[in-house]
Ligand binder design. Structure first.
Ligand code: GLY
Length: 407
């Protein structure tokens, strides 16, 4: 299908969805009873949008340009989120077409299970293939996810006890570079140990998480985006940044990845260090959150908190906080998560646009590069839907992504 024809169709589809969309100012956030209705209306909106847009999508939505998706052919680091979103839409709606589209999209990631050139295997294969296996029982998804875990552990640096984020193995660029995002790739490894009975995956995940706790966590609970090591000796060099403002700032999506990732590692191991760490990270982010409950892109940039927003940080953080509330038995984290999700539903959905192909607006990809400032991003959509379903359908979301804890 030509771009112009697709644009035409999806513009029409966007208009159709917008016409039946929820009003942008939803029900009162302070009423507990009102929350599920706000959330189910937002989930209905998400599903209606996906129903209109998904049939025209043939690659992986990466970022919007003037509200229309632009695509990655092989999925970059974001290829897991589109099939993941479709799996969640199938759970929420029961519509089998989403299931078929999810499988077709996930299948496109098949050649990537053997890649050893980056750390993103968890982002790519957990919401797509692990979820695919959990929802269909088809062995192909499980085997592929295990192959991806085997690829990921090849990036483990024994001297520094970390998983290298970027750069092909055997090349010197970025060989000692660790990023906070990698916390989200560790659950693929815990899955691999649980499935195979081989502890090596879990041991590497635990070692990496402990290194992250040691070098990234500042006394106030904030984190830098990057930490560099000497790759040969494993000696610490120091904090750095690519997507945050600088080495001593706190990129909000990175902080959210860490909250989510450490909480998950606590559930998988029962190690109280990971729970304490998740709480320190969450406490910092909640202190830094503005009354509108949508994170600024970097909590410690010079203009913060009066700076551009990143709704994706809010969506990821809300999912982590819902999990943390349970893990730590601290209801105030759940209350904060509900406030954030409500703010995303009230102030960040694309409901007022007749053009928009995404569900969530106001997400920021890479502020320092001025690349994707307050746009739509597939991970904002995915984690918003995950967060809504964590509240609306806890059993079903557990079935999709496994929210169990070690006993
Ligand atoms: N993991 C890359 C990002 O969060 O932008």
């Amino acid at each position: 299908m030509s771009v112009s024809r697709r644009t035409l169709l999806t513009t029409a589809a966007g208009a159709a969805v917008a016409a039946t969309a929820i009003p942008p100012v939803a029900l009162a956030a302070d009423s507990e009873a009102a929350v599920p209705r706000t959330f189910s209306r937002a989930a209905d909106y998400a599903v209606a949008k996906l129903r209109a847009v998904a049939p025209g999508v043939t690659a992986f939505p990466e970022i919007t340009r003037f509200e229309k998706w632009t695509y990655s052919a092989n999925g970059g680091w974001i290829g897991g989120f589109w099939p993941g979103t479709l799996w969640l839409a199938s759970l929420y709606s029961g519509d089998r077409r989403f299931r078929e589209l999810a499988m077709a999209s996930a299948e496109k990631l098949a050649p990537r299970q053997y890649e050893t050139t980056h750390h993103d295997l968890g982002f790519l294969f957990y919401p797509s293939w692990v979820t695919g296996w959990r929802l269909t029982g088809d062995e192909k998804w499980r085997t592929g996810a295990l192959n991806a875990a085997a690829s990921l552990i090849q990036r483990y640096n024994e001297k520094g006890r970390f998983i290298r984020a970027w750069g092909a193995l055997g090349t010197p660029g970025n060989a000692g570079r660790v990023i906070v995002d990698t916390m989200m790739n560790l659950d693929l490894l815990t899955f691999a140990s649980e499935q195979t009975g081989d502890r090596k995956y879990l041991d590497i995940a635990v070692a990496h998480a402990k290194t992250t706790e040691r070098v990234f966590l500042r006394p106030d609970g904030s984190t830098p985006h990057v930490f560099d090591f000497d790759p040969g000796t494993g000696a610490e060099i120091g904090p750095n940044s690519v997507q945050g403002y600088g080495p001593s700032s706190c990129w909000s999506r990175g902080q959210a990845w860490a909250i989510y990732g450490f909480t998950t590692m606590y559930r998988r191991t029962g190690d109280p260090l990971f729970l304490r760490t998740a709480q320190r990270l969450a406490d910092f982010a909640l202190r830094a959150l503005t009354p509108d409950n949508v994170p600024v892109w970097d909590y410690l940039a010079p203009q913060a908190p009066h700076d551009i927003k990143d709704s994706s940080a809010g969506a990821v953080m809300a999912c982590g906080l819902l999990d943390l509330a349970k893990a730590a038995n601290r209801p105030h984290y759940r209350e904060a998560a509900i406030r954030i999700l409500t703010a995303l539903c009230d102030t960040c959905l694309t409901t007022r646009s007749t053009r928009a192909e995404a569900i969530v607006a106001r997400a920021t990809r890479h502020r320092p590069a001025e690349d994707g400032v307050e746009v739509s991003l597939p991970y904002a959509d995915y984690y918003l839907l995950e967060g809504l379903l964590r509240v609306l359908m806890p059993k079903e979301i557990d079935q999709a992504i496994d929210l169990s804890s070690v006993s």
